[in-house]
Design a binder for this molecule. Structure first.
Ligand SMILES: [Zn+2]
Length: 459
């Protein structure tokens, strides 16, 4: 980053994830359910012995652990929030607090590594209320290491608190989980990441439009740390102005408008446009699996939009531009079709793991999706016929644009006077002799005494 980009900024570059790491609970983005509970625990003084934070990487597990540790040991807390300025807060932030010990379970997973914890537990905190142990990637600890810790976990002294964090909650032993209060941290919503990026760009004097930030957020897949690292990289690479194109090239993503354009082609059943778009993305080296996944999310959003309308804005992770597209596209097709398209795309995502030709599978699926969007189903034909019966009129199957049934003779409406019967085809004449001559029929007739052949058609 050049000095021109950031007048007055210190020369030494501080990485954005570090510079904008949340310092209080209220700064933590996207984990409101966890933050609320932790704040309440502090306010009510009901602190559990051990906490377990589970969730994918880069979404704030370590950050939340440190804020929680600060809040527990802060000398001048502001309600449940740490002050961030007292000696304890500063030392915890800098990783040099005597009473807060951090252990990286990935690299320190043996019994010897947890022994210092077990020893430290016996001594009261030196300068704070609690002695806090934060164990990151705790699923990596060996069974022996856990067993060594277990006794301490069962009955820790009242001044000891444990905070475990892991990306893989399933790998943590049940005996451990049962001794912890477990919190599942979520992937952060795309629009929440966009908002945070917007805020940071404002602070850093970076110009980037919403689609550029959306591309970064999409690339980060719910991880705030990754999003900030990418923004950092892009600033280093492009300086003070970041375009959507820059961000897309980093991740191999298709632009929002291209993705929505492809969705539009599917909704209109425009096979030529579908094939052209797929070919363009493929030859531009776009990540086709991501494309498939994002297309599915788009159709899922359309389903939700059709169900909830404007209220969907709160449920969906979308920006204002995406909202406008959903509104327009939701009018192109009824919800049952969009449901079926979303189903098809979900099937495709499953298959993508096994196929060799990703492009072929995507093409075939999208063409089929285009047909789903536009070709009438039997149910729709039946419905059209029923409507016709009720109203009397032409059968119209709008979506298909093909009125196969329109030219067929239609049954009259139930309450209408019966029209004269259609001109009947001339009936074949009754030919007794021909019947008697039929070897099969004659064989039967000969076994029935007194059997006669008579014409009952007009009886
Ligand atoms: Zn403090």
């Amino acid at each position: 980053m050049s000095d021109n980009d950031q007048p007055g900024e210190a020369r030494q570059h501080v990485a954005l994830p570090l510079k904008y790491r949340p310092m209080t609970f209220d700064d933590v983005v996207g984990q409101e359910h966890v933050v609320r509970t932790l704040k309440h625990a502090i306010e009510s003084g009901r602190i559990a012995n051990a906490y377990l934070f589970v969730g994918p990487r880069g979404i704030g597990k370590t950050t939340t652990s440190r804020i929680f540790a600060k809040a527990l040991n802060c000398l001048h807390p502001n309600g449940a929030e740490p002050c961030g300025r007292c000696e304890n807060c500063v030392q915890i932030a800098e990783g040099r607090a005597l009473d807060v010990m951090e252990l990286d379970g990935a690299s320190h997973n043996k019994v010897e590594d947890v022994r210092p914890i077990i020893e430290a537990v016996q001594f009261k905190p030196a300068a704070s209320k609690y002695k806090i142990f934060i164990v990151d990637e705790c699923h990596m600890l060996s069974t022996a290491a856990w067993n060594a810790l277990l006794k301490t976990l069962e009955e820790p002294p009242p001044y000891v608190k444990f905070i475990f964090a892991t990306t893989e909650g399933d790998k943590v032993l049940a005996t451990i989980i049962s001794r912890c209060q477990r919190f599942d941290l979520r992937r952060i919503q795309t629009n929440q990441i966009v908002d945070r990026l917007k805020y940071i760009c404002g602070k850093e004097g970076i110009s980037a439009d919403e689609d550029a930030l959306l591309a970064i957020a999409r690339g980060a897949e719910g991880g705030m740390r990754d999003a900030l690292s990418s923004l950092d990289q892009l600033i280093a690479f492009k300086g003070g102005t970041i375009t959507e194109e820059d961000a897309l090239s980093v991740f191999g993503l298709v632009s929002r408008s291209e993705l929505e354009g492809l969705a539009g082609a599917i909704l209109k059943g425009d096979a030529a446009a579908i094939l052209k778009a797929v070919a363009t993305f493929d030859s531009a080296g776009k990540n086709m699996r991501r494309l498939a996944g994002e297309l599915m999310v788009h159709f899922r959003n359309l389903v939700v939009w059709q169900a909830l309308g404007q209220k969907a804005g709160n449920t969906l992770e979308i920006t204002a531009d995406q909202r406008r597209t959903l509104e327009d596209q939701s009018k192109l097709c009824d919800s049952s079709r969009i449901f079926r398209i979303a189903d098809k795309l979900a099937e495709m995502e499953d298959k993508l793991r096994y196929v060799l030709s990703v492009r072929t599978l995507i093409e075939m699926t999208l063409l089929r999706a285009g047909r789903i969007a536009t070709v009438a189903t039997i149910e729709e034909l039946m419905k059209a016929v029923r409507t016709l019966k009720a109203n009397g009129g032409e059968v119209q199957v709008s979506a298909a644009g093909r009125g196969d049934s329109a030219n067929r003779p239609q049954p009259p409406p139930d309450n209408a006077p019966h029209p004269p019967p259609p001109p009947a085809e001339p009936e074949p004449a009754f030919d007794r002799q021909a019947i008697l001559n039929d070897p099969k029929l004659n064989g039967i007739l000969s076994k029935i005494p007194g059997a006669k052949v008579i014409d009952i058609r007009h009886a």
